[in-house]
Ligand binder design. Structure first.
Ligand SMILES: Cc1ncc(COP(=O)(O)O)c(C=O)c1O
Length: 394
């Protein structure tokens, strides 16, 4: 690297943030906007979690905590991972509490990657997954998901990307941005491949509770392969996005020690009151989480049905997460080669006030695609679906 250049300069400011700022600007001018650009749950944090956080503040839980998380929370997470996810985590000492799943990805890649190591991930992928690999000095290597086979992430495409520099494979199910959900029989060959090549698996399960049509989430680490680092988030499961709490588990002592050091030198512990709220979330009633998933399915259906009549978009029916991924038909008058996604996002903001994200933000395979998020209120999703239908139906 030349003097004056910096590694951080090589990652983008953020394609989603740019769209959000444009929409907020329009809103401030009194224009109606539909916030289908970012994946932030519209729901309030369930009441028992809010109460636990308020009580924690009143009782003076406002001091530094252990950098890796308070003991009762690590114990509650350990129980949840063993009982619900069926992950054989050795003990609560192999659980780390992080500032959201984002921070978990940051410390995971920093603990694993040596300069030049390659990390295989789906293409398209959530932008920050690739960014965090780059920040750790690694090289993101993308395995293309094709619309032809329903955007499946398969062992064959991953195997083709393996080189002597490969260090790990990222799995993300339910998947952002396509809404694809991997089944047990699809996960097993990926884990076998990882075992054959001695690779780590980073399993991003941020959307484990947002599944449609009765699907069940399967955690990669529950399938018998040891070298899996599993990452979870409270942002989507409990609508706690702004409270910033995620966690990870890993049975490798050396990696856990490295990640604990990284936590100490970065966040030095998650907000103390939020950690107490997280215990209430994990040990209290789970009905709010299921109700949110049901409402996301209502939104998925509304958007999906609306888009069926939009002739210029070929939509993938989401199986989980709260994103709808669509390929833009080349017959669309605004389709400018591979920049179709950006052109359509622009057109939607200007003409309709509907937010979206150009597919190319998520990697080369996203060119000519667009992503809609349906985590904003149901009435906004329904209204946006009707506008899209009117604008582009035959
Ligand atoms: C795939 C994926 N992983 C991780 C995260 C990070 O979640 P958080 O940092 O809010 O826990 C997100 C957020 O959108 C995501 O889409």
């Amino acid at each position: 690297m030349e003097r004056g250049e910096h590694l951080v300069d090589s990652i983008a400011v953020g394609g989603i943030v740019t769209v959000r700022d444009r929409l907020l600007e329009k809103q401030s001018q009194g224009k109606k906007v539909y916030r289908l650009e970012s994946g932030d749950p519209s729901f309030p944090v369930p009441e028992h979690i809010r109460e636990a956080i308020k009580k924690a503040l009143d009782e003076g839980h406002t001091h530094y905590t252990s950098g890796a998380g308070i003991k009762p929370l690590r114990e509650a997470i350990h129980r949840k991972l063993v009982e619900e996810n069926r992950i054989p985590v050795k003990d609560p000492g192999h659980v780390l509490v992080t500032n959201g799943a984002m921070n978990a990805l940051y410390i995971a890649f920093h603990a694993l990657v040596q300069p030049g190591d390659e990390i295989i991930m789906p293409d398209p992928t959530w932008t920050e997954t690739a960014d965090n690999v780059i920040l750790a000095g690694g090289v993101p290597v993308r395995a293309r998901l094709d619309c032809g086979d329903g955007y499946r992430y398969g062992a064959e495409a991953i195997e083709a990307a393996v080189t002597p520099r490969t260090r790990a494979v990222v799995i993300n199910t339910p998947h952002n941005p396509t809404g694809m959900v991997l089944r047990r029989e699809e996960l097993i060959p990926i884990l076998r491949l990882a075992e054959r090549h001695g690779l780590w698996v980073i399993s991003d399960e941020a959307y484990e509770h947002v599944l449609f049509d009765g699907r069940k989430h399967v955690s990669a680490a529950s399938l018998g392969y040891e070298r899996v680092l599993s990452i979870f988030s409270m942002s989507k499961s409990y609508a706690m996005s702004g409270l910033r709490l995620g966690y990870l588990s890993c049975n490798d002592d050396r990696l856990v020690e490295r990640m604990a050091k990284l936590l100490r030198c970065t966040i030095n512990g998650v907000n103390s009151a939020t950690q107490i709220g997280a215990i209430a979330a994990l040990t209290g009633p789970q009905d709010a989480t299921s109700r949110m998933a049901e409402e996301y399915q209502v939104r998925r259906d509304a958007l999906w049905e609306g888009l069926q009549e939009v002739r210029v978009l070929h939509s993938f029916r989401p199986q989980g997460a709260f994103y709808l991924w669509a390929r833009i038909d080349e017959s669309w008058e605004g389709y400018a080669g591979m920049r179709g996604g950006r052109a359509m996002t622009e057109c939607l903001i200007e003409e309709t006030g509907i937010g979206s994200v150009p597919g190319e933000v998520f990697g080369p395979a996203g060119a000519g695609h667009i992503r809609f998020a349906f985590s904003c209120p149901t009435d906004q999703v329904v209204a946006a679906a009707a506008i899209l239908k009117r604008r582009w139906a035959d």
